[in-house]
Design a protein around this ligand. Structure first.
Ligand code: NAP
Length: 219
């Protein structure tokens, strides 16, 4: 058993979710409202540690009408407990869980415990299947996955994503080192690709929104 997972991202027409320097201001103002609405509708929101390091996001609901109780539980996938003590994701706006592996240095873990709940999943890397089960046991039924590219691949590879929603902005940045919607090691053959079914598509101001169901997930 695990939460229902929606992967959401904004990308350029050439599939980049950030430039090679990590700059990721892609969404237009209307898309940001759409993103914050999804945050409001989900019980938890999850990112990889690199996204915390590069973007220092708050992951709260603040672009639409909301109260503090609308903020989802925040989850960081962080094997080595590297989340900085002054990261905005550790602020008091919402509770935060840092998912670490058994290899996380105990000093880092102890420091983080002052500001967040730390849960252990996996030996070297965070075991995402275990993490999803633990979140479900904690009562989390829905989760928004907000990247980045490496975590997106791992979640898809393990069949843990139910929906994919992307905003395509009318921009092209190129760069072989720029992160795309899904990176990681990738699949070797097209037959192994994650298969999707288009649910909805629409224009939102200057952006284009695509919403898919994931067909070959573990549900
Ligand atoms: N446009 C958008 O919508 C959007 C959204 C989010 C992020 N971004 C961009 O994406 C970039 C960051 O993406 P990223 O791919 O570099 O990193 P990421 O996906 O945010 O984080 C990946 C890291 O998570 C940790 N991790 C632990 N267990 C894992 C597991 N089982 N599977 C995968 N990762 C695991 C690993 O670090 P450890 O080994 O240290 O644990 C891994 O390197 C930033 O530039 C950010 O701006 C864009």
């Amino acid at each position: 058993m695990r939460p229902h997972v929606i992967l959401n991202a904004a990308m350029t027409l050439d599939g980049k979710i950030a430039t090679r320097t990590g700059s990721s201001e892609i969404s237009g103002p209307e898309d940001l409202k759409r993103v914050h609405q999804i945050r409001k509708e989900n019980e938890a929101i999850m990112v990889g540690i690199n996204t915390v390091m590069v973007d220092d996001p708050r992951l709260t609901v603040h672009k639409i009408s909301s109260t503090k109780s609308d903020n989802p539980l925040r989850v960081v996938v962080d094997s080595q407990a590297r989340t900085p003590g002054d990261a905005r994701i550790l602020n008091n706006d919402a509770p935060t869980i840092i998912a670490v592996s058994k290899k996380a240095p105990s000093e880092n873990v102890e420091n983080l415990k002052e500001k967040a709940e730390v849960i252990f999943c996996g030996e070297d890397k965070v075991d995402l299947v275990d993490l999803m089960e633990k979140l479900k046991i904690k009562g989390i039924n829905s989760l928004m996955l907000e990247g980045g590219a490496t975590l997106n691949f791992s979640m898809l590879k393990h069949g843990l994503v139910d929906e994919v929603r992307v905003c395509i902005a009318p921009m092209i940045v190129g760069g072989s080192k720029a992160r795309t919607l899904v990176d990681g090691e990738g699949f070797d053959y097209m037959k192994d690709a994650v298969k999707l079914e288009l649910k909805k598509s629409y224009v939102l101001d200057k952006d284009f929104i695509l919403e898919y169901f994931v067909l070959n997930n573990d549900k």
